[in-house]
Design a protein around this ligand. Structure first.
Ligand code: NDP
Length: 279
């Protein structure tokens, strides 16, 4: 029987730990504040932003909400970020992506003070991760590392294969696994013979963005499979990039969708708000 890696339980643990740290800081007179900026009112973004604010409330982080018109200029948005950078009472700044097309996302991310970049997307933080320095770490891959460690799965010396090389998931994931002394291979859409590569993995992390793409024939017997993907299938049910039912009998451990990687992202965001204070 495969171990079901329980993201709900582990994310709840992390939130409790964060709550305790926030309370301890508050006792010393230090309140943690996250500024959340949303441009426009895309329904999916509104749900994500709402969930982040709820999590802040739960762990005791003060959240400041900036709901900006879709038509706001890039200059105005950058001005707001500069103002929040200078505000010592603000510890973290989160700009919900995607942004409207007339705003350059890279410029926005680069304007956030890297110490307040709780998403871990700033080039300084990405660079810090790649050369083994302290910095903010992208929440989803950081959450995957927590899932592995807290489920007692050793990374050191293991063959780790990451499928996907996005800046948000795949690339930081591969750097984090390397930092944990895994032997890391990154596969992507130009990889020749993907099955041959994924079948080498002791730990397979999948972030492709294609529902149920990874079937049993991509997976080695006894592997640990982490499914980052989130999709709604034809019956409006959530599923991942991995065909869970097809691989579950072959693997030693697996994350379900929902209830695996998904809940970790917000938990790690809360963790980053506190970690940032000590950087
Ligand atoms: P992207 O679309 O940015 O990246 C997908 C990656 O998969 C690319 O690197 C692409 O390669 C690679 N890829 C696509 N098709 C194939 C293929 N046939 N074979 C091998 N590699 C392939 O996606 P994200 O990284 O942003 O997200 C991945 C998934 O994770 C999505 O389902 C997303 O919804 C989910 N997600 C979940 C989060 C969570 O909180 N649980 C957070 C973020 C994302 P190439 O670079 O060559 O194009």
């Amino acid at each position: 029987m495969a171990l079901l890696i329980d993201g709900k339980k582990i994310s709840a643990e992390i939130k409790e730990e964060t709550k305790a740290k926030v309370a301890a800081l508050k006792e010393q007179g230090r309140e943690i504040t996250l500024a959340v900026i949303q441009v426009g009112n895309d329904p999916a973004s509104s749900v994500y932003v709402g969930n982040k604010k709820k999590a802040c409330e739960y762990v005791g982080i003060r959240s400041l909400s900036y709901e900006l018109e879709e038509t706001i200029s890039e200059e105005e948005l950058l001005e707001l970020i500069v103002k929040l950078n200078k505000d010592d009472t603000v510890d973290g700044i989160l700009v919900q992506l995607p942004l409207p097309k007339h705003i350059n996302e890279d410029k926005v991310i680069e304007t956030i003070d890297s110490k307040k970049d709780v998403d871990g997307f700033h080039p300084m933080n990405v660079g810090a991760l790649s050369i083994g320095r302290k910095g903010m770490i992208s929440c989803t891959p950081y959450g995957v590392i927590q899932l592995l460690k807290r489920s007692g799965i050793e990374i050191e010396g293991k063959e780790c294969v990451v499928v996907g090389r996005s800046n948000i998931v795949g690339k930081p994931m591969s750097l984090l696994l390397l930092r944990e002394n895994g032997t890391v291979t990154v596969a992507h859409s130009r990889t020749k013979d993907l099955k041959e590569v994924t079948k080498r993995a002791d730990i397979l992390v999948v972030a492709i963005g294609k529902p149920k793409f990874i079937t049993a024939e991509y997976v080695k017997e006894g592997a640990v499979v982490i499914d980052v993907g989130i999709h709604r299938n034809e019956n409006n049910k959530l599923c991942g990039d991995v065909d869970f039912d097809d691989v579950v009998d072959k693997v030693s451990a697996i994350t379900p969708v929902p209830g695996g990687v998904g809940p970790m992202t917000i938990a790690m965001l809360m963790n980053n708000c506190v970690e940032g204070v000590t950087l």
